[in-house]
Design a protein around this ligand. Sequence first.
Ligand code: GDP
Ligand code: MG
Length: 180
Amino acid sequence: MAEESGEEYLFKIVLIGDSAVGKSNLLSRFARDEFDHNSKATIGVEFQTQVLEVDGKEVKAQVWDTAGQERFRAVTSAYYRGAVGALIVYDITRRTTFDSVKRWLDELNTHCDTAVTRMLVGNKRDLESIREVRTEEGTELAEEEGMFFIETSALDSTNVSKAFEIVIRDIYEKVSRKIL
Ligand code: GDP
Ligand code: MG
């Protein structure tokens, strides 16, 4: 869903990745500048809309959260429908969540066009002392798969707005050039 009506833009962006990597907290940090220590509190939120200005134009980013359904390995096709951007999130302190990235990408590819903007997000970078996935591993995978890459912390806010903004700007450029 990259709707352009006059000067209005609405982009649907999905968050995917294993359970407990920090998807809901990345979204609440981005949309409300809040962090939630109780992971259950955010279950049920479908999406949140954040308004940004790109190139002097108003852009509405509608960011969807799985709201816990990834636990059952059953993210529905409706979730992906119309998405023009995706953040694939893993937890830098849990290698299994990094190993799952390829599976999430496969799922994304079955539902979405290759033009959809993708960003690989290594979250929880505040937990450097218990890191299991090196930054270079993220960089390499992102290069292989043609994704942007960033490491974030929803806890201390590092790079959270930046992650979303890079994705939104890229979508905006593709929409302007009629690629999306
Ligand atoms: P989701 O299942 O992917 O939506 O993950 P949540 O956002 O619910 O977060 C799972 C757990 O990780 C919660 O206990 C959060 O408080 C914690 N968490 C999320 N992001 C970070 C982060 O950047 N740093 C740290 N230290 N903990 C985080
Ligand atoms: Mg969640």
